[in-house]
Design a protein around this ligand. Structure first.
Ligand SMILES: Cc1cc2nc3c(=O)[nH]c(=O)nc-3n(C[C@H](O)[C@H](O)[C@H](O)COP(=O)(O)OP(=O)(O)OC[C@H]3O[C@@H](n4cnc5c(N)ncnc54)[C@H](O)[C@@H]3O)c2cc1C
Length: 332
């Protein structure tokens, strides 16, 4: 039994504000900390981030560790791992939660290694085992076809959590918490990389990862023109257009829109898969959708095993009628 105590959330700040993912982690962390009878804290690392501490407290943190240093202006693996290692060794949490995104995936395994523990990535459910008080970490395996529950014997238990699977708390600006400043103590010579340029992805409408409705097309769409029709349907729902890998590889749609194992993981309320066979590598990116509708001309396509509703037919015939009906229903 280690002396580690509490739940520590790695807080991300996007354009000066606490990220939605961090609010979700704090919502989930609050429940875990209560079940353990321990404290929930957050760490905010960056340059000029002190002002965000109150947002983290409003989102559920009892304590916020702030590491404010000009050298942390941009995310860099070396400096951020060093800072997180320092904070974790000082705070000695039992659990560390990070988002399952490019930063969390980069940081979590390195941090776990430095702390002599293990990291479990891409969890979709977390619970405290009533008997052992260890964290039960549920994650999809076999491309989303099954779920496995992991426990880690060593502390801290380092976990990344998929976006949109945890509920944030309603922000409470009257909540009180402590803010503790920690010196980054960075050795500039140890920082091996330099950010030269940042390129912001142009997004028309809502981002794929944030969309509550995703209309995705696959090889069956046959070319870039078909995606204009998918866009029309997505726009009706104020949603986003996604794609399978072949559609991106064929440059029918930018590869930023790829859903799946090597693409993005989406968790919309509704996922409409059109001309997509439902390969496990694709399903890995959309299996957390609350509802799936498939349009495919092959009645044997695997996508029908995943979807709650399906239409067997040529999408060119089905989609116009589908879109027309949605338009009627939405506009009354
Ligand atoms: C390591 C690895 C990683 C991968 N990562 C990803 C990933 O991230 N995302 C991903 O998507 N794939 C990924 N893949 C590829 C994956 O295995 C599949 O090859 C891919 O998902 C198939 O895409 P598809 O369903 O669009 O094409 P297909 O499998 O060719 O299916 C096309 C479907 O369209 C239907 N269709 C054809 N014409 C019509 C029509 N007119 N109307 C209606 N239906 C029609 C067909 O019946 C068929 O079911 C990965 C593969 C590997 C090995």
């Amino acid at each position: 039994m280690s002396d580690n105590k509490g739940v520590l959330v790695y807080g991300e700040i996007i354009e000066g504000k606490l990220s939605g993912t961090t609010a979700e982690l704090l919502g989930c962390g609050r429940k875990l900390a209560s079940d353990l009878g321990q404290e929930l804290s957050a760490v905010l690392a960056g340059s000029g981030v002190s002002s965000v501490a109150q947002e983290a407290i409003a989102a559920g943190a009892d304590k916020v560790y702030v590491v404010d240093d000009a050298q942390l202006k941009d995310y860099q693996t070396g400096s951020y791992v060093a800072v997180m290692e320092k904070v974790a060794k000082q705070v000695m949490p039992q659990i560390i939660l990070l988002g399952q995104n490019s930063v969390g995936r980069d940081l979590a395994p390195r941090l776990a290694f430095r702390l002599g523990t293990a990291a479990v990535l891409d969890c979709i459910a977390l619970a405290i085992d009533a008997g052992s008080k260890r964290l039960q970490q549920t994650k999809p395996v076999y491309g989303g076809n099954a779920q496995a529950i992991y426990t880690t014997d060593t502390d801290p238990q380092v976990v990344t959590v998929r976006a949109k699977v945890m509920e944030p708390l309603a922000p409470d600006i009257s909540r009180k918490g402590d803010v503790v400043n920690i010196d980054a103590g960075l050795d500039a010579s140890a920082i091996k990389t330099k950010v030269l340029e940042k390129v912001k992805e142009e997004v028309r409408g809502v981002k794929l990862e944030d969309a509550t409705v995703v209309v995705s097309g696959g090889r069956g769409i046959g070319g870039p023109e078909g995606f204009a029709q998918l866009r029309e349907l997505a726009d009706l729902f104020k949603g986003a257009v996604g794609a399978s890998r072949p559609a991106c590889d064929n440059e029918w749609i930018p590869d930023t829109q790829q859903v799946g194992l090597t693409g993005k993981i989406v968790t919309p309320e509704l996922y409409i898969a059109i001309g997509i066979s439902g390969a496990s590598q694709h399903i890995a990116g959309c299996s957390s959708a609350k509802m799936m509708v498939a349009i495919n001309k092959d009645p044997e396509a695997n996508i029908f095993r995943e979807a709650q509703y399906g239409v067997v037919g040529d999408w060119k015939k089905v989609l116009p009628a589908f879109t027309k009906k949605v338009k009627e229903l939405l506009t009354g």
